[in-house]
Write a protein that binds this ligand. Sequence first.
Ligand SMILES: [Zn+2]
Length: 301
Amino acid sequence: MAWFKKARKPIKAAKDKSSRVPEGLWVKCAGCSQAIYNKDLATTINVCPKCGHHFRLNATERLRMLFDDGQWTEFDRGLTSTDPLKFTDTRPYRARLEASIESTGLKDAIITASGRIDGIETVVAAMEYGFIGGSMGVVVGEKITRAIERALDGRLPVVIVCCSGGARMMEGALSLMQMAKISGALARLDRAKLPYISVLTDPTTGGVTASFAMLGDLNIAEPKALIGFAGPRVIEQTIRQKLPEGFQRSEFLLDKGMIDFVVDRREMKAAIAKALRFMGAAGPSPAAVEPAAPAEAAAQH
Ligand SMILES: [Zn+2]
């Protein structure tokens, strides 16, 4: 028997106490460091009401923002990577895919769909940064190409919202081939005299910048988005020069003539609709675009 006994229970760790502020109610703005009420962000499409900082949107939110009444018909929902190289780095590629499918609810880093933008029937592809950094592999390339081909069949304009770290290294050269494939499809769209608008959001880098992101009839960027090919450190080491302030940001690229417009997200839909009308897209009958497999395209949001 012990001489001394602990009469009281040990003090519980502080983290067991529930916080009085529910999680996720406030977010700290990366632009002005102020706390913003989450519900306020929802009304401004994730733009800080105080300083105009653009928070990242996921692919679904992006489509909801662009399409009339948040209604669209999705294409090729079920396409998924087969891990052709059986690639493993710190983790097997297959495990990374499964984790991303779990966390985003998507099968790969893009949603392609058709719907109306201010009454104009349009094919839109929106990239999902949450899925392995929005990287472009075989599935992303194939879905964008098919979306462009559907636009060709239905004589519809195309809008691609880029948000990507570049080509997907785990698919090696196969991911790089997507650059040529998508560019080829866009060339056919161009020959058919159908408009293509590229929307560059934070971040747009690597093989995506080096192909379809910069091939728009109009290349429109969101404010202060990181847009580039290689990272600044790699460039500094290569050219042995200090890079200027604001390098690789939308405003700098606009100044240098790399992009056509910088448009605030809250005016993006109106700007796209205006540009499409200017380029002659009045919009044919909505029945003109027929999804390939009705079962896959049934998802209405
Ligand atoms: Zn702010």
